[in-house]
Design a protein around this ligand. Structure first.
Ligand code: GLY
Length: 378
């Protein structure tokens, strides 16, 4: 039997039942099981095939959190944790997964884009992140498809990228190698309390655990019985262009959009930011928006082969920052709402959750509490 049918008595329940097998749930599972806890994952589909799979894999503290403060510090710590986290996932030393640390070129063709470059330059200096002016000849040498008449380019050497799909595969395998059961196609309907335990209820099954960890991304808000949780889906679409030959291996940003190298000759161009509820398919309008960006920033790529177009749902919160919190005397933990930074923040989140569950810290970081949204709730 896979899951207890409704009405059955709970059997050998795990210490921690994780709802959601995306990168955050898997990262927490790997960490917790290696720290000696028994862990199980309930995943509504295949693990790491939602936002984790759809992402472009940018590890970008500065460009995503230029205001500084605790969120930037969390993002910076997460970026710095990535090289050793890859070793932990793969069990091998030395970057068995593509992790590129060349940095991010931020380029400007318009006045608005110049403002973005200027703001990022100031933010980098203020926050102690590397920033360097790149002259036009060098920018065109690195990225020969850049549009003519570029006004300015800077290099942010601390903004990295990782092959998130390779991470998704390796992390799923590592978690299963540790003996964690990932119960696939087990969508959760709601949570209920049963004595000291929490009961997770699906369509025709239930499962109990001492503690629940909710890491269901954009779907977290659909789990009943959790109470107020201001998470909403924000769709992003990404276009893959094949056959791109640049000597630049890093990321290129321009305004709000970006282009990320992947593998030998692919370029991921993204991403749209769309408030369309749980509608998670790619669209011709998304394709058109990304194609306009290619025409604007890399016009000589317009005739290249489009290899793929896909979409995913980011778990948005009102301030774009994650929610790490606990409720019901710590019986339910939340690690949700990572919005644009789920890939980046996975190792950091797993560490915070493990520190809390193993009693090394008395609470989760208060800056990311659910209570900051109290005003919205009232
Ligand atoms: N991390 C970039 C995005 O969500 O589009």
């Amino acid at each position: 039997m896979v899951l207890e049918p409704l009405g059955a008595l709970a059997m050998n329940h795990p210490d921690i039942l994780i709802i959601g097998g995306g990168i955050i749930g898997l990262a927490c599972a790997l960490r917790l099981t290696r720290e000696g806890l028994s862990v199980e994952i309930l995943e509504k589909g295949e693990p790491a095939r939602g936002a984790t799979w759809a992402a472009a894999g940018m590890l970008a503290p500065l460009t995503e959190a230029a205001d500084g403060g605790p969120f930037f510090e969390a993002c910076r710590q997460a970026r710095d944790a990535w090289p050793s986290w890859i070793d932990e996932i793969t069990g091998r030393k030395g970057r068995a997964i593509e992790l590129d640390t060349s940095g991010t070129l931020v380029v400007a063709f318009s006045e608005d884009e110049l403002e973005v470059v200027e703001e990022l330059t100031h933010a980098a200096r203020r926050l102690g992140e590397p920033v360097e002016e790149i002259d036009a000849a060098e920018a065109y040498r690195l990225v020969p498809d850049l549009a003519p008449e570029m006004k300015r380019a800077i290099l942010l050497a601390g903004e990295h990228r990782v092959d998130n799909r390779a991470v998704a595969r390796a992390l799923t395998a590592a978690v299963e190698r540790e003996g964690v059961q990932i119960r696939r196609y087990s969508a959760v309907d709601h949570l209920e309390l049963r004595g000291d335990a929490v009961c997770v209820v699906g369509d025709s099954w239930r499962r109990e655990a001492d503690r629940i960890l909710l890491t269901a991304g954009a779907w977290s808000a659909r789990v009943g019985g959790v109470g107020f949780l201001p998470i909403r889906p924000v769709r992003g679409q990404i276009l893959r262009i094949d056959g791109v030959q640049w000597s630049w291996d890093g990321v290129v940003r321009c305004g709000e959009l970006y282009a990320v190298r992947r593998g030998a000759d692919a370029l991921l161009v993204g991403a749209t930011v769309e408030e369309v509820g749980y509608s998670d398919h790619a669209t011709s309008a998304g394709l058109a928006e990304l194609a306009r960006f290619v025409d604007h920033a890399f016009p000589s790529l317009s005739g290249r082969r489009v290899g793929d177009l896909w979409s995913g749902l980011r778990p948005g919160t009102p301030d774009g920052r994650p929610i790490l919190d606990e409720m019901l005397d710590g019986r339910i933990l939340l690690a949700v709402g990572h919005y644009r930074n789920g890939i980046l923040l996975a190792p950091w989140t797993a560490e915070k959750v493990a520190d809390r569950l193993l009693g090394r810290t008395p609470s989760l970081p208060s800056e990311f509490s659910l209570g900051r949204f109290q005003a919205i709730r009232d």
